[in-house]
Ligand binder design. Structure first.
Ligand code: NAD
Ligand code: UFG
Length: 335
């Protein structure tokens, strides 16, 4: 089975390529390297000891996609490619609508043309907006609070319309909660060049003294210790969820959405304290005001993915914190 992975050198895509190759799938990757580095291709090969074809290019480039589908008999696609920074999407919404929508529609058109109608799509828990209760189930009402989230919801709608129009399509919409951590090898992971927006990359940069102090955005939320609660999921568990989703789309028809989370909510302070203790390192922090748009708490009911995909997360926050730090230490050593 040959799987096209768009955005395959990115954070979640690279871990998923490793799992796919380990499971014996053939892999083809397209990535324009707008948010990842070419070195990742070799790291994936080093971890798996397997080869795969990499195309540097854009998913909005229809001719390139056609060339890829002509050169390979693709059985299914995992579509990670897209921009993901919530704050930036508020500043430059057209950049997000153009890239996330255009790349997806172009990909779907080419898939249609080549009669490849099996897809797993990276959606996000952000499509639940401010959930009415917790834990979040897949049938909760959907709404968004920023352009990035709106692109995800719009794409979900496009996929539902497509599946309705043609019952040959088989689509898994995967709603990720908060992926953190890295591959055990320390060879791939997440290490943004800019000042990170997300909690774990920020904590790591404070631990390595690249940044001075973590700002904890508010301690007056309606949560166990007042800081925000999220469902952090180890990126390797998340990657394994994609294998199950691919198995599902290869054998079934129709469209369905699945929460990929652990079902456990941890507060910012719990994450910081766990990080400090498992890595035996200090993380300087201060409490500041709330970040606009943040919600108190968000965690999944992951039982539907367990029932339908036979998947559940296995790794806990100790491993997540250890592996996130290990990757960056290893990365900085090589720089
Ligand atoms: P990432 O930025 O590390 O990976 C995305 C990859 O896509 C990058 O390598 C980038 O270079 C590439 N890319 C972007 N636009 C492209 C285009 N037009 N053509 C070709 N390549 C393109 O992000 P990630 O964390 O691995 O996220 C993967 C997907 O999962 C994204 O769609 C993201 O929105 C979604 N998601 C991520 C999170 C998260 O917290 N990381 C949460 C929910 C959903
Ligand atoms: N936080 C801080 N300080 C920081 C960064 C974050 O206190 O410097 C807090 C936030 O307030 C929040 C928690 O840490 O309570 C997690 O914040 P992240 O930015 O890491 O993650 P979010 O839950 O805000 O959003 C992430 C992705 C979105 C995605 C969403 C749901 O960034 O793209 O998870 O999957 F939609």
């Amino acid at each position: 089975m040959k799987i096209l992975v768009t955005g395959g050198t990115g954070y979640i895509g690279s871990h998923t390529c490793v799992e796919l190759l380990n499971e014996g799938y053939e892999v083809v990757v397209i990535d324009n390297l707008s948010n990842s580095k070419i070195e990742v291709v070799d790291k994936i090969k080093e971890i798996t000891n397997k080869d795969f074809k990499f195309y540097e290019g854009d998913c909005c480039d229809k001719n390139l996609l056609i060339k890829i589908f002509k050169e390979h008999k693709i059985d299914a696609v995992i579509h990670f490619a897209g921009y993901k920074a919530v704050g930036e999407s508020v500043q430059v919404p057209l950049k997000y609508y153009r890239n996330n929508l255009d790349s997806t529609i172009t990909l779907l058109e080419v898939m249609n043309e080549f009669n490849c109608k099996k897809l797993a799509f990276s959606s996000s828990a952000t499509v639940y907006g401010k959930p009415k209760s917790l834990p979040i189930k897949e049938d909760f009402p959907l709404s968004t609070t920023n352009p990035y989230g709106t692109t995800k919801l719009m794409i979900e709608d496009i996929l539902r319309d497509l599946a309705k129009s043609d019952n040959e399509w088989s689509i898994a919409i995967l709603r990720y909660f908060n992926p953190i951590g890295a591959h055990k090898s320390g060879l791939i992971g997440e290490n943004p060049n800019d000042i990170p927006n997300n909690l774990m990359p920020y904590i790591v940069k404070v631990a390595t003294k690249e940044l001075e102090c973590l700002s904890i955005f508010g301690n007056d939320y309606d949560t166990k210790d007042g800081t925000g609660v999220r469902d952090y999921i180890h990126v390797v568990d998340l990657a394994k969820g994609h294998i199950k989703a691919i198995e599902k789309v290869l054998k079934d028809k129709g469209v369905d959405a699945y929460n990929l989370g652990t079902g456990n909510g941890y507060s910012v302070l719990e994450i910081v304290n766990t990080f400090k203790s498992v890595n035996d390192i200090d993380v300087n922090y201060k409490i500041t005001t709330r970040r606009p748009g943040d919600i108190d708490a968000c965690y999944a009911d992951p039982s539907y993915a367990k029932e339908k995909l036979d998947w559940e997360a296995k790794l806990g926050i100790d491993e997540m914190c250890k592996d996130a730090y290990n990757f960056v230490i290893n990365y900085n050593k090589d720089e």
